[in-house]
Design a binder for this molecule. Structure first.
Ligand SMILES: [Zn+2]
Length: 304
């Protein structure tokens, strides 16, 4: 494994176990630095179309016991239907993040709800779905943040897991790279460019210690390019996307949605949202700096 799993304070002689986190990280918000694991106070539900398959899926977000992590449950499958949200189960697809258990049960497009759970500080939850895909809802994480708020959050009696990055690691493919490096923060910096779609470079930096995920990231919507849509739909992809839940960019590189962009760099912000969702598959709070350059889901995984 490339990453060194550790618990804050475990190497400091004056600190026992999980009682303290390193001083360096104190600017981080309580949602990330809480010593106790958290889950939801009660179950909440929603339903909507899956991004790619377009099938209508019901989702129930339930509390879960300490140390169980985030686990997806496929209620439409009778056996082997649990899929833990962990990096080693990722099967990379270019357009979304998909996890598959040892028996082949899969769930895809998990990244938006995972980012919302991570930013809300939820360590343990059961996500019950009656289909293979998380519903797209608002095309971002804001809907799921509101759902988590509606459920409420409670602490459970177990120490939280932290993953402190102790040396730089990088995965590169041509111009694209994803890098994690030591830093006394939990921060993300994303740069994207789609010259083939007349969309120039955009970038966005987000630091959990200084900025508010709900305000700056959660509302940034997923996006697609009009010239690509027909070919994708012929392959059974993006069937659940409409201009109500996604940004459509036309052949001239302009936003086709009548309301326009929510942020001038909304595409970069959405890619940053995806990166947070993908990094959350570490199964711990990641303490360090993530940099992605044209990275996408394939490189965010950092295992390939
Ligand atoms: Zn996304």
């Amino acid at each position: 494994m490339l990453l060194n799993r550790s618990h804050p304070g475990e190497n400091a002689s004056s600190i026992k176990g999980f009682q303290e986190v390193p001083r360096d990280f104190e600017p981080l918000p309580a949602s990330l630095l809480s010593h106790a694991q958290k889950t939801l106070a009660r179950a909440v539900s929603c339903s909507g179309s899956g991004t790619h398959g377009g099938q209508y899926v019901s989702l129930v977000l339930q509390p879960a016991p300490a140390d169980s992590g985030i686990v997806f449950e496929r209620s439409d499958l009778s056996r082997h239907n649990l899929i833990p949200a962990l990096w080693n189960l990722v099967q990379v697809t270019p357009l979304c993040t998909q996890i598959v258990n040892a028996q082949g049960a899969e769930v895809r497009t998990i990244e938006h709800i995972m980012a919302a759970l991570y930013a809300s500080g939820i360590d343990n939850a059961r996500i019950v779905l009656d289909g293979p895909e998380v519903p797209l809802m608002d095309g971002a994480s804001a809907f799921f943040m509101n759902l988590i708020e509606e459920a409420g959050i409670r602490s459970v009696k177990a120490p939280r897991r932290f993953l402190k990055i102790t040396r730089p690691i990088e995965v590169r493919r041509g111009d694209a790279f994803a890098r994690l490096e030591p830093a006394s923060t939990a921060s993300f910096h994303i740069t994207i460019a789609y010259p083939q779609h007349q969309v120039g470079e955009q970038s966005f930096a987000f630091d959990f210690g200084e900025q508010d995920f709900a305000e700056e990231v959660a509302g940034a919507r997923t996006f697609g390019f009009e010239p690509d849509i027909e070919a994708l739909r012929r392959k059974g992809l993006t069937l659940g996307c409409t201009m109500d839940n996604a940004i459509l960019i036309n052949a001239q590189g302009q936003v086709a949605n009548p309301e326009g962009y929510r942020f001038p760099n909304e595409l970069a912000r959405h890619k940053l949202l995806d990166a947070i969702g993908d990094l959350s598959l570490a199964g711990a709070v990641v303490l360090g700096r993530f940099t992605g350059n044209r990275s996408g889901h394939a490189l965010n995984d950092l295992s390939g």
